[in-house]
Write a protein that binds this ligand. Structure first.
Ligand code: B4P
Length: 185
């Protein structure tokens, strides 16, 4: 059983580390970024609504993202847990998540906060080169992160759920640090 959130700035390695944790713990990774990109690629109504916000580096509206998460967490493969990657990203999303998990009787065990400085984040994202990885969008995503998502560090710290992990080094080194942090929960 593993019920965790990976919290961190764009490019901090949430997606990269989730993929390795899925193998260790056998629980699904739930990435709102992946779910949104797949809706955009399939040109669904939801994808069409999300695309402009993603291209601009803004957050997609809470009602779209919350609806997706609600549906995903009600699927049976999450019964033994989940790794939430990129959700929640705002105070409103964090509060909805608390209620949702309360209703399901599956409260969070911990929140891993991947810490990476801005210069490294920009370098990584420029090198990745995804559609939303151009310089203007990256700058906006970092500022949106600071304004809307970073307050969740205090939110989860107050609840005694926060585990800070240095997100710089090789992927394997960071993976080992996360496993150490999870060993204590
Ligand atoms: P996401 O898909 O969540 O993307 P991300 O935050 O940019 O990336 P992540 O932290 O997962 O980095 P990764 O491992 O890939 O979001 C995209 C957009 O979707 C958002 O801007 C927003 O518009 C929307 N969205 C998503 N969730 C939302 C929500 N809840 N509410 C509203 N909107 C939402 O790593 C990045 C790069 O670094 C990769 O190239 C990787 O190879 C490299 N890397 C990883 N670890 C490394 C290491 N240790 N050393 C060097 N490079 C490393």
């Amino acid at each position: 059983m593993l019920k965790i959130v990976l919290l961190g700035a764009p490019g901090s390695g949430k997606g990269t580390q989730s993929a390795t944790l899925v193998e260790d713990y056998g629980v699904p990774q739930i990435s709102t970024g992946d779910l949104l990109r797949s809706a955009v690629a399939d040109q669904t109504d939801l994808g069409k609504k999300a695309k402009a916000a993603m291209d601009a580096g803004e957050l997609v509206s809470d009602d779209i993202v919350v609806g997706m998460i609600h549906e995903r967490l009600n699927q049976p493969d999450t019964e033994n847990g989940f790794i939430l990657d990129g959700f929640p990203r705002s105070q409103a999303q964090a509060e909805v998540l608390d209620e949702l998990l309360d209703d399901l009787g599956r409260p969070l065990q911990c929140v891993i906060h991947l810490q990476v400085d801005n210069e490294e984040l920009v370098n990584r994202l420029m090198a990745r080169g995804r559609a939303d990885d151009n310089e203007d969008t990256i700058r906006n995503r970092l500022s949106v992160y600071q304004d809307q998502t970073e307050p969740l560090v205090a939110y989860y710290e107050q609840r005694g759920l926060l585990k800070p992990v240095a997100g710089v080094g090789t992927v394997d080194q960071i993976h080992a640090r996360i496993k150490d942090a999870l060993a204590g929960i």
